[in-house]
Design a protein around this ligand. Structure first.
Ligand code: 0RA
Length: 646
């Protein structure tokens, strides 16, 4: 069928639809955020969200995601199946409307309570537009129906292809490599993490993921099944797996306030970190918003009231601040909002004002009951709050000392910093280098015009286990603050980082390529994650990757970053190749270090990004916490940076 005939047989409306689809292909980032790895995975979430909606409407309890051998991906659910009858207004199958009309997804079914939806809530037609090929299969009314598309254009009208007693919808798509130029390869771990999160946020659904590209020794495909009966309660236990609780169990509530479904779960642990995660319609709201401020208000108000009444604060010589109620707290707030207003830099901050009081009231009710019924836990929590207030006073003193030294310039830059001559921060890089000797080599090897070196002595403080004032008293950490030129808010309640005076736009962690080195990188990363998250989010933090081998034969020499590259070089150079394994940066001379690891356009720098906030938090607490068995298991299963994208 020619292009003209196709248009002719589909009527004027479908031409409009086509134009909408073409707009998606012209400006994909407007619909899915970006066209990199993140956007690629967003396609999957968009399709899965439709099935989650069907589950939330009560018609579906199973979603199967499969990465197929050919790299395509299938999402199958056991819902009612997308209707296939002729859509009155459009004159074609409703399935076709859903798949080809931008913004049509679910809209014709006004009764369904649609609150889920991807970050942009754009619908499956966007996925269709950005796919080289897509096949939709519907199991409904005893029949199997099918339609296929290329780059969003229908290849044939919806047709029956067989009979069935199943119900449901199945979508298989191959992302278009003309759009996703960087990569069209799905990452199992990234998808599994999101699907696990979705199973906690929507209890009762069974979600499976299978990777048909990977078989184990017994010929089984890599696969996971996620199912949560207790929802957020289990999510908290999962997040805090390696932390030690100080109360008997997770405190949780679930209900509806002013027509807004609210779910909250929280626990206190022995750590010193505040660990809040919030969701709106299953989307992680990294920047918080009204639901989170409602949670904070309800928590502070209720605990303060209880503590005052208990008399435990009577002899206190210092005030208690909002922060003190959240030290060692892990909590999740999840709300469903019919028309969410997203604000902020990454559009992940909830703006709807009415949500704040709904959450605050819910939390107050939940906590009041809990404290009444669990007086021992209540006492433990208040004691923890008092300790936090005490530590905060100590921390403030230490912080102000750092502050005075940075802002007033009293101490100037750290003595160990070898600064660069360039003044424009955008052009400047600083290498955080493990050990003084490697620091020396880096100092010789660098381009001093724009590269600065800050050697760090041995293992830096594990901030996961240290109280805040210890962190600010630590010399290596103070050096990092002063060298970078960043300061922390001095306001009682604000730990926000001030990046205005950031002196380098690339901060590169450079450690040995061995176990000790990766431990040290992880310590430094933990510090950045807990105390300078804004730097990671702004894309300023990188990890250098020194080579593992030098292969030489006669005048020929080349570096290898893994065993495969090494073997390829040995083959290329032939018999008599000499192999040097670099155990540390110190074994390289200045020129080698420059050539392989520091020289722009030649080096491999991995940018640190936070792919999934809750998962990153869990990993850091596990890697740096007290419990050894889960850590060992994780390290055996993954490289240390498994969840940190390159
Ligand atoms: C609207 C109406 C009906 C089903 C769906 C949407 C639906 C959409 C998707 C997308 C993925 N899986 C889905 N499952 C169902 C059916 C209305 C009816 O049967 O009365």
């Amino acid at each position: 069928m020619s292009e003209e005939q196709k248009k002719g047989s589909y009527g004027a409306d479908s031409i409009q639809a086509l134009e909408g689809m073409e707009h998606v292909r012209m400006r994909p980032s407007m619909y899915i955020g970006d066209i990199g790895i993140r956007g690629l995975h967003h396609l999957v979430y968009e399709v899965v969200d439709n099935s989650i909606d069907e589950a939330m409407a009560g018609y579906c309890d199973r979603i199967d995601v499969t990465i197929n051998e050919d790299g395509s991906l299938t999402v199958k659910d056991n819902g009612r199946g997308i209707p296939v009858d002729i859509h009155k207004k459009e004159g074609v199958s409703a399935l076709e409307v859903v798949m080809t009309k931008i913004g049509a997804g679910g809209k014709f079914d006004k009764d369904s309570y649609k609150v889920s939806g991807g970050l942009h809530g754009v619908g499956v037609s966007v996925v269709n537009a950005l796919s080289a090929h897509l096949k939709a299969t519907v199991y409904r009314d005893g029949k199997i129906w099918e339609q296929e598309y290329e780059k969003g254009k229908t290849l044939y009208p919806v047709k029956p292809i067989g009979e069935t007693n199943e119900r449901g919808t199945q979508v298989t798509f191959i992302p278009d490599s003309e759009i996703f130029k960087e990569s069209t390869v799905f990452n199992y771990e990234t998808l599994a993490n999101r699907l696990r999160e979705l199973s906690f946020l929507n209890k009762g659904i069974t979600i499976t993921i299978t990777d048909k590209r990977v078989k184990d020794e017994e010929g089984q495909f890599l696969s996971d099944t996620f199912h949560s009966t207790e929802g957020l309660k289990e999510f908290i236990r999962f997040l805090d797996e390696t932390r030690e609780p100080i109360i008997a169990d997770v405190i949780a509530m679930e209900g509806e306030k002013n027509g807004i479904p609210v779910e909250v779960a929280m626990i206190y642990n022995t750590s010193f970190n505040e660990n809040l995660h919030s969701y709106v319609n299953n989307i992680n709201t990294h920047e918080g918003g009204t639901h989170l401020s409602g949670f904070r208000r309800g928590l502070t108000h209720t605990l303060k009231k209880y503590a005052d009444a208990s008399g435990m604060l009577d002899k206190l010589k210092f005030d208690i601040a909002g922060d003190d109620f959240r030290e060692g707290l892990t909590a999740i707030v999840s709300v469903k909002v019919a028309e969410p207003q997203f604000e902020g830099q990454t559009k992940t901050k909830l703006g709807n004002r009415e949500v704040s009081s709904a959450v605050s009231q819910s939390v107050s009710e939940m906590l009041e009951n809990y404290l009444e019924e669990h007086p021992n836990d209540a006492k433990t929590i208040v004691q923890k709050v008092i300790l936090a207030a005490q530590a905060r006073h100590a921390a403030r003193k230490a912080r102000e000392m750092v502050q005075r030294k940075t802002v007033m310039g009293g101490m100037g830059l750290p003595g160990k910093l070898s600064d660069c001559s360039e003044q424009d921060p955008e052009k400047c890089e600083v290498f955080l280098v493990e050990g003084d000797s490697a620091g020396g080599t880096a100092k010789q090897g660098r381009d001093r015009n724009f590269q600065a070196i800050l050697p760090l002595r041995g293992k830096i403080l594990n901030v996961e286990k240290a109280m805040q004032h210890k962190v600010f008293e630590n010399e290596e950490i103070r050096n990092i603050f002063t060298a970078l030129g960043v300061s922390i808010g001095t306001e009682e309640d604000s730990k926000a980082l001030n990046l205005e005076k950031l002196r380098y736009h690339k901060i590169v962690i450079m450690c040995d390529a061995d176990v000790d080195g990766s431990h040290i990188s992880t310590l430094i990363l933990t510090f950045f994650f807990r105390y300078m998250k804004e730097l990671i989010e702004a894309g300023h933090v990188y990890i250098a990757t020194p080579p593992l081998y030098l292969v030489k034969r006669g005048a020929k020499k080349a570096y290898a970053w893994n065993d495969e590259e090494r073997d390829a070089l040995i083959k290329e150079f032939g018999d008599g190749s000499k192999i040097q394994r670099y155990k540390g940066l110190g074994e390289m001379n200045a020129e080698q270090l420059w050539e392989t690891t520091m020289k722009p356009n030649q080096r491999i720098l991995r940018k640190v990004v936070i792919d999934n906030g809750t998962e990153a938090d869990r990993i850091f607490s596990m890697l740096m916490g007290d419990e050894v068995p889960p850590r060992r298991e994780f390290i055996e299963k993954n490289a240390v940076y498994a969840n940190i994208d390159a």
